[in-house]
Design a protein around this ligand. Structure first.
Ligand code: AMP
Length: 195
């Protein structure tokens, strides 16, 4: 079972992907997490990505496509994976379609987690406050100015993936403003139906 979780920053994709990983043994592939790890490790990719991420823009397609292509070919992904934060534009979606064909894999479903923008601002504010109090650090892009840009980028570049996957008959939309448990149950029901 291979799926994409699609949604704006703060929609809850990461939270749901973690649950699916724990409950179903699917591998969470978060390009944001992988890029942050590269930044922390000071790799070439990390150096290239840092300023772009701090602004809330998209890092070059070639970087993220390369990361995902390597990752989905690894043995732990054979049982299935959850793409969290990838693809983020149509070029990435087309590259994903091509790499899946090349690797003899397929995409089973795309789940949009839909949340109103006003709520996203509240969530990101809370996420920053919680992280500051528990770890003493805050994601560099979890501030209002960058979030505004990340939402613009989502609207302009990522939202067009909704019609793209609707046309493939793969898109399902869930109301992401319900509790984490209710959203998780609805995602589970979709996965069970497709299985
Ligand atoms: P996220 O944790 O998914 O919100 O991603 C954090 C940041 O990493 C984004 O604002 C982008 O700068 C970068 N990023 C993550 N995934 C991608 C992607 N698929 N394409 C381009 N940039 C990405």
């Amino acid at each position: 079972m291979n799926l994409i979780l699609l949604g704006a920053p703060g929609a809850g994709k990461g939270t749901q992907a973690e649950r699916l990983q724990a409950e179903r043994g699917l591998v969470q592939l978060s390009t944001g997490d992988m890029l942050r790890a590269a930044v922390a490790a000071g790799t070439e990719t990390g150096l290239q990505a840092k300023q772009i991420m701090d602004r809330g823009d998209l890092v070059p397609d070639a970087i993220v496509v390369g990361i995902i292509s390597d990752r989905i070919g690894q043995p732990d992904c054979a049982r299935g994976f959850i793409l969290d934060g990838f693809p983020r534009n149509e070029a990435q979606a087309r590259a994903l379609d091509a790499m899946l064909v090349q690797k003899g894999k397929k995409l089973d479903l795309v789940i949009e987690v839909q949340v109103d923008e006003k709520i996203l601002f509240d969530r990101i504010r809370n996420r920053a406050a919680e992280s500051a109090s528990t770890t003493g650090t805050v994601r560099a892009d979890d501030n209002e100015e960058t979030l505004r840009n990340r939402l613009d980028v989502y609207r302009a570049q990522t939202a067009p993936l909704l019609p793209y996957y609707r046309a493939q008959g793969k898109l399902h939309t869930i109301d992401g403003m319900q509790t984490v448990d209710v959203v998780a149950k609805q995602i589970a029901a979709l996965l069970d139906k497709v299985k």
